[in-house]
Design a protein around this ligand. Structure first.
Ligand code: 5AD
Length: 350
């Protein structure tokens, strides 16, 4: 391995920090040998903090209505071909009920930005779940809301919030989103969430249209500096009813390479091997775990709504990524030397 590259990786391992230009060097000098070295260190660091535990989160996709029009996303408001749905409070609670008996101790309520879910409605659902399952964590992934709204959701008992920054470069951000959405506001939201006390997750897509190696170096530096409790990194996958239908999907191996780097930059981060990763590569989720990830988020949504929550095409939702097939997932994880646990799986403080 190139001496400079090895030195940089050792610096990242020892200090959990690199300059943006140094991240760029790692991005541009990816070889099988470098990948393997990064992976071995990432696994070592993850083992040190979390052993061989893999945390599971039950994903409840509460609504595919969205007021936004992100160019990459299958549930963007201008896609008239999606059949829209939203789950009732009772349906959401019943997903949590099923999930609890399967062993889930975190429920992630994710949805498009659907104004139906006012603070009042969301707070009702959150407090009901927390009342029924006081030993569970509630994670929200509901996009951009006001600071006051985030405060109310937190007071109602929500523990965590996922809001991917999507790209840390504002020019790139503006090529992926309509002009009403800005990176500045996204970052303000993330800062508010963290300040309020949420365990906060940011994240980005790999191989999204127009993304450059420089953009990814910025993402890595942003993740390092923001130091989130969670970080979602998955490949971009085109959806046929979006303006990005003709772009290529992101690369699974490169996604895993970035997972290893993020594990070293934020050693205690809860890092999912995403459904998108599993969807573009057979065994992708396992490869993610072997690269430093320690979370998987099986789908707990009612079976008939899953295909409607189509952010990208060919999304897996019925195999080991579905909550009902948890036994299969456990076997697959055990086969690579890890253990799926029944645990809230909170971020440990450094
Ligand atoms: N490919 C991959 N990921 C996508 N997301 C949205 N659309 C796509 C796509 N076409 C991701 C975004 C969002 C998360 C919920 O799903 O990063 O934050």
């Amino acid at each position: 391995m190139n001496e400079v590259t090895k030195k940089l990786i050792d610096k990242l391992y020892n200090t959990s920090s690199l300059e943006e230009a140094e991240y760029l060097h790692l991005i541009n000098n990816r070889t099988p040998e470098v990948t393997e070295y990064l992976r071995s260190l990432a696994v070592e660091v993850r083992k040190k903090h979390y052993g061989n535990k893999v945390y599971i989160r039950g994903l409840i996709e509460i609504s595919n209505y969205c007021k936004n029009d992100c160019l990459y996303c299958g549930i963007r408001r201008s896609n008239k071909l999606v059949e829209r749905y939203r789950l009732t409070e009772e349906e959401i609670i019943s997903c949590a009920h099923v999930g609890y008996s399967l062993g889930f101790r975190t429920f992630v309520m994710q949805g498009g930005e659907d104004p139906y879910y006012t603070d009042e409605r969301m707070c009702g659902i959150i407090s009901e779940i927390k009342r029924n399952y006081p030993d569970c964590a509630v994670t929200l992934s509901l996009g951009e809301r006001s600071r006051e709204s985030y405060e109310r959701l937190y007071s109602a008992g929500a523990d965590r919030y996922l809001l991917r920054h999507e790209t840390a470069d504002s020019c790139h951000y503006s090529r992926l989103h309509p002009s009403e959405l800005t990176l500045e506001n996204r970052i303000d939201c993330l800062n508010s969430l963290k300040k309020i006390g949420f365990q906060t997750g940011c994240g980005f897509m790999v191989g999204s249209p127009y993304q450059t190696p420089e953009n990814i170096a910025k993402d890595l530096k942003f993740v390092e500096t923001f130091s989130p409790q969670m970080c979602g990194i998955g490949p971009f996958i085109p959806h046929k009813d979006t303006p990005f239908r003709d772009f290529d999907a992101g690369d699974a191996e490169f996604t895993c390479y970035l997972l290893s780097i993020v594990r070293l930059a934020v050693p205690t981060v809860l890092l999912p091997a995403t459904t998108a990763l599993g969807s573009i590569l057979e065994g992708g989720r396992e490869l993610g775990i072997l690269s430093g990830a320690n979370v998987v988020m099986p789908n707990l949504s009612p079976e008939d709504t899953r295909k409607k929550y189509s952010l990208y095409n060919n999304k897996l939702s019925t195999g080991a990524e579905s909550a009902e097939k948890l036994t299969l997932l456990k076997e697959k994880i055990a086969a690579i030397g890890y253990e799926v646990v029944t645990d809230r799986g909170d971020a440990i403080k450094m």
